[in-house]
Design a binder for this molecule. Structure first.
Ligand code: KIV
Length: 268
């Protein structure tokens, strides 16, 4: 699927599903679940590398994870989810040439077909514009933009009229700059609905209510794998507890073998 085909989804009223993946195991799950898009999100800096923010992850690490993600797919190419890869902090903020070379590096060396970047400052809009002209499809990201954590924190954004008007304006500029979709994170749901009606490109929400053209979730949050759940991303299963209990049972069985369990284990 081409990134721009997601606009057709919106025209047809077909909801878009996007899940993050960080390796071949997680991408196999996401593909099997039938998600339209796999996002190799820079949130993997926190979930997989244990950083407290997304800032430390490098371009090389993003490529490494994207290559692992594509190896997890088992379906034919035409049936595989589209891969979108996050551009990490400072890979697109230091001049247009550097940004093109960073995005090009990801697209040349993996099956990612598009990049995602955060914000709508004039410099970022200029970079998006340049990417589009160079044949690099772009997904925007507004609202809570985790790469700006030292300015915004992790709080809900666009709570007052002034910042809501700014968000609407930014979304319009993101569309005009040529993005094929925009993620809107952790903002009041009424504002997402307004933006959705104003734009032709799909609005993909996370913690932004249901009035969106699609939803994106961090798979680790959705599966309840982490100990720190964001308030707006409720798990659909408590996997962490499930896995820990199963592993505890195994450890206990090895440490305190009963005839039956140890026999079963070593007979296999
Ligand atoms: O990095 C990520 O996982 C993301 C999602 C929160 C949309 O950008």
């Amino acid at each position: 699927m081409l990134p721009k085909e997601l606009v057709r989804f919106k025209e047809l009223g077909k909801p878009i599903t996007i899940l993050t993946a960080w390796d071949s195991l997680s991408s196999a799950f996401v593909e099997a679940a039938g998600a339209d898009v796999v996002l190799v999100g820079d949130s993997l800096a926190m979930f997989i590398h244990g950083h407290t923010t997304t800032l430390p992850i490098t371009l090389e690490q993003m490529l490494h994870h994207t290559q692992a993600v594509e190896r997890g797919f088992t379906k034919s190419i035409s049936e595989q989810p589209l891969i979108v890869c996050d551009l990490p902090f400072l890979s697109y903020q230091c001049g247009e040439d550097k940004a093109v070379s960073a995005a090009g590096y990801l697209l040349k060396n993996s099956s990612a077909a598009a990049v995602k970047l955060e914000g709508a400052e004039p410099e970022v809009l200029a970079v998006i514009n340049r990417f589009i002209r160079m044949g690099i499809p772009v997904m925007g990201h507004l609202g809570l933009t985790p790469q700006s954590v030292h300015n915004l924190g992790y709080q809900k954004q666009a709570k007052d009229k002034l910042s809501q008007d700014k968000l609407i304006q930014q979304a319009i500029e993101i569309e005009e700059s040529g993005c094929f979709a925009v993620v809107i994170e952790h903002v009041p749901s009424q504002i997402t609905g307004k933006i959705r009606n104003l734009l032709k490109i799909p609005v993909i929400g996370i913690g932004a209510g249901e009035d969106c053209d699609g939803q994106v979730r961090v798979t680790a949050d959705l599966l309840g794998l982490t100990s720190k759940q964001p308030p707006f991303a409720k798990p659909i299963i408590e996997s962490r507890e499930l896995f820990i209990n199963a592993l505890k049972d195994w450890v206990n069985q090895i440490k305190n073998p009963t005839k039956t369990t140890s026999q079963q284990e070593f007979d296999c």
